[in-house]
Design a protein around this ligand. Structure first.
Ligand code: ADP
Ligand code: MG
Length: 565
């Protein structure tokens, strides 16, 4: 009887490991660049073609490898970086599992050219096997070329994202690496176009400008804080530059990019009430701390850390952020939040009050067939009588709903934008501009007219008519963030349209109702909506002031005051 158990071949083992190490081109780039950093390179050039699926080249000026090491480096568990098992608990060196090159070599066609200064060697590798070894001329350093990634694992290749989405991921990876290593010159060229260009020996601030654009650092505040053995350095974005998600947060722990919710939360806390609850601060933080204070969960892709003395970290970060922001936490709301407080509604302060005799108004404001009478307006609320029922409409929610539906309808016949006499020049980060340009056609359908000029700078020549010029920058940033959420999705057109309409409607919605006429027009347009009851985020647009509601309101007050006793 033949044996049922077979040993897996080395090739299969490496391919399985590759599933873990190599999610896609971005993770190949990360592994290769980290190796170059470990080899003490001061200059690292990365080129990708076709999002990296076609070609990835990483060239460094590091130590290089001797011929023997070059032939061994693609073996599984080949590493020059661990001498003692104890090293595993420290994360001073970038990678230390000795399987990145073996894994990548097993699923691609790889060429290694390397030299320690003397004559160099060139290896051709396929399916993890060395096909040829030749002497070659090369200055000190290493160039690793990966062609046809996943060529022999079609199932993996099939599930890769589109080349533009993959390029954006590589860009994000390189951005993080460049921010984490300001002293090293890192360059990324994608399909011949320079995407990142930095210089050697930059300070953190200079690196932020060269990688993320002047936009990020403008108004950002330097942070520098030491407490016991904790050393924190970096930049904190001003509260007005906050973002709708955490994409603009870069955290490095002892030189490695990590994610750590406790730290992100603590930074947020340091902002106190300066920041709207739904917004996230921008930051770039380098934390330099004793290795024994952190637990690293070494998943090759995402490095999650846990902190041994979490409270100390939280407290110190919070203090550091408060110090960077300058003044002690104020209770003043940030400028982006409406200053309106629901508990302070006072209809008697608005020019038009509940009328005894609404006849005059009724004539001008009647909407057939249901006569609607606006009885009072407040900045945000409209009290009206509709037949015999009283209702209150939240004008912000109503105009949000109206605009959302109107934009969604008009996208189909391409909104006519309003040309600007003086075009706006908007500075974006590399990742943002990549996302905006990838989805340029869809964005232009909303009425924008965009033209890329220079690196990560977009010129806006036309706008949708209801959008304020002052909002254009934040709109493009929000669009870029929303488009990043689509990466990897297949049928994203519908989701994209919804996301774009939502962003524009949020920005375009009217903030105040200034006259009864405006209130009436709003109610009229609302009645034409498919879904007039709720705003696009699900909040109520209209509340009937019927007996039932009034009783509930009064009873709610009664119950809460009783439970307070
Ligand atoms: P690890 O980085 O965990 O050691 P890798 O598979 O990434 O494992 O690399 C294997 C070995 O190959 C490294 O330990 C290093 O000795 C050598 N190596 C890889 N890339 C370079 C490079 N760019 N320059 C010099 N040596 C390199
Ligand atoms: Mg490595």
């Amino acid at each position: 009887m033949s044996s049922l158990i077979e040993l897996l071949s080395d090739e299969t083992i490496n391919q399985i490991a590759a599933g873990e190490v190599v999610e896609g081109p971005a993770s190949v780039v990360k592994e290769l660049v980290e190796n170059a950093l470990d080899a003490e390179a001061t200059s690292i050039r990365v080129q990708i073609i076709g999002g990296g699926l076609q070609t990835i080249v990483v060239a460094d000026d590091g130590q290089g490898m001797a011929k023997e090491d070059a032939t061994r480096c693609i073996l599984r568990h080949a590493t020059s970086k661990i001498r003692k098992a104890q090293d595993l608990f420290h994360i001073s060196s970038m990678g230390f599992r000795g399987e990145a090159l073996a894994s990548i070599a097993s699923i691609s066609k790889m060429t290694i050219e390397t030299s320690q200064g003397g004559s160099g060697v060139r290896l051709e590798i396929e399916r993890g096997e060395i096909l040829s070894t030749h002497a070659c001329a090369r200055t000190k350093g290493t160039t690793i070329t990966i062609r046809q990634l996943f060529y022999n694992v079609p199932a993996r290749k099939k599930f890769q994202k589109s080349p533009p989405a993959l390029s954006a991921e590589v860009l994000r990876t390189m951005t993080t690496l460049a921010l984490g290593n300001p002293s090293v010159d890192l360059e990324l060229v994608s399909n011949g176009r320079k995407a990142i260009q930095s210089r050697k020996g930059e300070t953190i601030e200079e690196r932020v400008v060269s990688v993320l654009g002047a936009n990020f650092s403008e108004g950002a505040l330097p942070l520098s804080y030491d407490k016991e053995s904790l050393h924190f350095r970096g930049l904190i974005g001003s509260p007005t530059m906050s973002r709708p998600n955490r994409m603009a947060q870069y955290l490095f722990l002892n030189g490695r990019a990590v994610s750590c919710d406790a730290i992100a939360d603590a930074v947020r806390k340091g902002f106190g009430t300066r920041l709207d609850e739904r917004r996230h601060p921008l930051f770039l933080l380098h934390l330099d701390v004793p290795a024994e204070l952190i637990d690293v969960n070494v998943h090759p892709q995402k490095l999650h850390v846990r902190l041994r003395k979490e409270e100390l970290f939280r407290e110190t970060i919070c203090e550091a952020v408060e110090q960077a922001l300058g003044t002690p936490i104020s209770t003043a709301a940030p400028p982006t939040t409406p200053s309106f407080e629901p508990t302070s509604i006072r209809f008697d302060e608005v020019p038009i009050l509940l009328r005894e005799d609404p006849v005059e108004e009724e004539r001008t404001l009647a909407i057939e067939p249901d006569p609607v009478t606006v009885l009072g307006i407040h900045d945000r609320y409209i009290l009206f009588r509709d037949n015999d029922a009283l209702s209150v409409v939240d004008a912000q929610a109503a105009s949000f709903r109206i605009l959302f539906e109107e934009i969604a309808q008009s996208v189909d016949h391409k909104v006519a934008g309003q040309g600007l006499l003086v075009p706006l020049t908007i500075d974006l980060t590399s990742v943002e501009s990549a996302m905006v340009l990838t989805h340029q056609a869809a964005i232009e359908e909303l009425g924008f007219s965009l033209k890329p000029i220079g690196k990560d700078v977009v010129m806006v020549e036309a706008l949708p008519p209801f959008i304020d010029e002052a909002d254009v920058e934040s709109i493009l940033v929000e669009i870029a963030a929303a488009m990043q959420q689509l990466i990897g999705k297949v049928d994203y057109e519908k989701e994209r349209k919804e996301a774009l309409c939502l962003i524009l409607a949020t920005k375009g919605k009217s903030k105040k109702v200034r006259s009864v006429e405006e209130g009436v027009r709003l109610l009229e347009r609302l009645s034409n909506c498919d879904n007039p009851a709720h705003c696009p985020k699900g909040e109520n647009v209209r509340i009937p002031l019927d007996v039932e509601t009034l009783e509930r309101l009064f009873r709610a007050h009664h119950t809460s005051s009783r439970s307070a006793n």
